[in-house]
Design a protein around this ligand. Sequence first.
Ligand code: ATP
Length: 228
Amino acid sequence: MSLLEIKDLETFYGASQALFGVDLDVGEGEVVALMGRNGMGKTTTIRSIMALTPARSGSVRYAGRDIHAMRPHRIARLGLGLVPEGRRCFPNLTVAENLTAAARSGRWTLAEINQLFPRLAERRDQMARTLSGGEQQMLAIGRALMTNPGLLILDEATEGLAPVIRHDIWAVIRTLKQQGQSILIVDKTLSELLPCADRCFVLEKGATVWRGRPAELTPELQDRYLGV
Ligand code: ATP
């Protein structure tokens, strides 16, 4: 059974349709890449999964449950941990307060997060607003992990960051994968994403047009669907 299973999702922003039939699934312990050029519907798919922009039709199942009609906070509580585009933290709480505010019981504790991100440990008493962009992104990932999610969803978690920070975040993503964390990930850095992903789904104009293993995503297909 899939951990997350999406079928034929259609989502609108007002009168404007953004998704026209997205199919996607993530198995237990899998890293799945959601790909496609700008504006093809990746963020909208994630917003639909979390019911931040609820889908008008189609089905979303998580751990065997229909979550389509649920409110976002209930979906989060079921175990979907989102790191949204644009790294949201509480600016006027310290790093440690941001992390503990998100805590739910499970494997990930403050001590574990400090081990995973030594930079956050060093800055534990600093206000989140004083962190660099990269450190805020680490904090956003740490916060999502503190909820002990069954599925971690990363939307452009390395976008716009300095290479050294990007490198650190990819190392963390690989560690999480080794530990069996299920992950749905959107990221433009194919050289990091493809070796890490178990499977890929490609969106075009709001619909799933290709799915397969990273090794099957040939340069021709990358050129056709991703414009690289
Ligand atoms: P990117 O890689 O640029 O983030 P994406 O694949 O995540 O792109 P989405 O952001 O999901 O794509 O956008 C899908 C479509 O929905 C686009 O046509 C976009 O213009 C439209 N869209 C996104 N957000 C809104 C919004 N808030 N209101 C209206 N249309 C929107």
